[in-house]
Design a protein. Structure first.
Length: 554
């Protein structure tokens, strides 16, 4: 085992259990998403934790969909969740389960509680039940229906299941403690009538278990040894344990850890759905969205997400993680894997006046200097090339090392050139073309010219360049914490979060690029091919900038 000092508190619990022979040393975890939306970056932490913990201790991890609320659940979400988990690099093998698999067993558990006089059918309205529960500072009041006999409760609950009563007419509650300081323990509802078509069971059921009743029992049915969940469920744990005790079932243990909150991101499926429904974004996988599908489409590598989750670590207190740490993980991974390419976003023509007319040559350039195994590709060079408009200035300031009248620069992987003449539009005065001389003996890798050039520019050959467009992104929200209490998160949506640049020019090595391929646009950052690309016209999403390094704020 690792040195104890390096263990997080969950690993300490597990190693203690193993050392004392609990569950015969077995470790079995689960990831239990609700299929009511796409997974977000916060779920990535839970996925990594559950699968990595099981892997470390030779255990197993189940995927179990908590599909107890058919009104919000869809098969689309089930499929998206499975894609996301596989993309992150994890496999639940043949252990794919659903809470709905256990509806019959959960119903029997409810009958068992009724037989033990621990559950009763309540005719109170939702408002009356809420009032009965009291407040955190005042004890609750017993329901007038709490004293029903076992026989009457059994009869009514069976009739609820058989569809005899309308939606909302009755619920099944358990008898716990209406004076408990923990509001979750004040005779909670465990079944409600809901005539809603279920994505798996169809119309078989018109009563559905509540989360608190389905979750722990599902863990027990599957023999989950360590039920890892976010800190928000800590107040649910006493009820979780109460059900296990009263039903006499397998003693799964719930352990809470701090959820992952990332600055400038929202980790609430309900609010993310609002962004989708109101057209703020194009869908759940919009590259600006903090969903796993969204960051995948943006070009974040799965390895970077796993590394990020590892760096964040496992804590007992909720905290905020700087988004710059996530971007640093993405940047570090792409620096090792992304091929380098030259792209001009805002082109201006450069005519090399002394280069032979009609001649084109191929110049070698490395694909990734961080990974020699990627080799080189050939870049066409000729009389007319394109550079960035911002890389030329008529009247530059001191220490300007780009192109200007009389200035000398090196073209990346090519030659040194000197600006000789500037062509302007007679009407607007805008520079339309720059004329330069090149030095034939200054070729990169074999330069014998003796000429010094302080600046290096990227470029593309005009006649062989291919077209495309890029989506440049800013933060989706203008506030570090869009969910500040008492504020409207929609008011913090950044209206400038996406900018589209059309008619960019790319070197021909992009011709074989496909959806999902990531590149470093030299001097611009990292970009990923989007699925909206068409033959002859590539569309890229800006993945992350070239900004290097990250250090935590003071």
């Amino acid at each position: 085992m690792e040195d104890q000092k390096s263990l997080n508190f969950i690993e300490e619990i597990i190693e203690h259990d193993i050392a004392h022979g609990k569950h015969a040393g077995r470790v079995h975890t689960r990831f239990p998403p609700e299929p009511n939306g796409y997974l977000h970056i916060g779920h990535a932490k839970a996925i990594c934790l559950n699968f990595e913990i099981a892997k470390k201790y030779g255990g197993k991890t189940n995927l179990r969909f908590d599909d107890t609320n058919p009104a919000t659940e869809e098969t689309e979400y089930v499929n998206a969740i499975k894609r996301d988990i596989h993309w992150l690099g994890y496999d639940w093998e043949d252990r794919e389960y659903y809470a709905s698999d256990y509806f019959d067993q959960l119903y029997e558990y409810a009958l068992d509680l009724i037989r033990k006089d621990l559950a009763f059918v309540d005719d109170s309205t939702a408002e009356e039940i809420a009032e009965q529960k009291g407040t955190p500072n005042e004890p609750g009041k017993l329901s007038p229906f709490r004293s029903r006999s076992v026989e009457e409760n059994m009869d009514l609950f069976v009739r609820m299941k058989d569809g005899e009563f309308p939606d909302g007419a009755r619920v099944l509650r358990v008898k716990v403690d209406m004076t408990a300081p923990n509001m979750h323990m004040r005779d909670p509802v465990i079944y409600r009538i809901k005539r809603q078509h279920h994505h798996r069971t169809g119309d078989k059921w018109c009563i559905y278990p509540m989360y608190d009743f389905a979750h722990g029992q599902s863990d027990s049915i599957e023999g989950i040894t360590h039920s890892l969940c976010s800190l928000e469920f800590i107040h649910h744990r006493p009820l979780y344990e109460w059900f296990i005790e009263k039903l006499g079932i397998f003693p799964s243990r719930q352990i809470e850890f701090a959820r992952m909150n990332v600055n400038f991101m929202i980790t609430s499926k309900r609010r993310l759905l609002q962004l989708v429904n109101e057209g703020i974004v194009t869908g759940w996988d919009d590259p600006r969205m903090p969903t796993i599908s969204g960051v995948r489409r943006r070009g974040y590598p799965a390895a970077a997400i796993r590394i990020f989750c590892e760096k964040v670590g496992i804590a007992k207190r909720d905290n905020w993680i700087e988004i710059e740490l996530l971007e640093s993980c993405v940047r570090n991974e792409l620096n090792q894997t992304a091929l380098r390419r030259m792209v001009v976003l805002d082109p201006i023509r450069v005519v090399i006046t002394n280069y032979p007319e009609g001649q084109t040559e191929l110049l070698p350039s490395e694909n990734n200097p961080e990974n020699e195994s990627t080799g080189e590709r050939d870049i066409p060079f000729g009389k007319v090339i394109l550079i960035e408009r911002e890389d030329f200035m008529l009247d530059p300031p001191k220490k300007y090392f780009r192109l200007a009248p009389g200035a000398t620069v090196r073209l990346k992987s090519a030659y040194i050139i000197t600006c000789q003449e500037v062509i302007k539009d007679e009407t607007t005065g805008e520079v339309t073309e720059v004329h330069c001389n090149y030095y034939p003996d200054s070729k990169s890798g074999s330069d014998t010219s003796g000429i010094k050039a302080k600046g290096t520019l990227h470029w593309v050959h005009e006649s062989s360049a291919i077209s495309g467009e890029v989506r440049m992104f800013e933060r989706l929200f203008t506030a570090e914490n869009p969910m500040d209490e008492g504020s409207d998160f929609m008011s913090k949506v950044n209206p400038q979060s996406q900018k589209v640049i059309k008619n960019i020019r790319l070197e021909p090595a992009f011709a074989d690029a496909v959806d999902g391929d990531s590149f470093q646009f030299i001097r611009h950052g990292y970009f990923t091919v989007d699925r909206d690309s068409k033959p002859g016209h590539l569309v890229f999403n800006q993945t992350v900038s070239l900004k290097e390094g990250w250090s935590p704020k003071e």
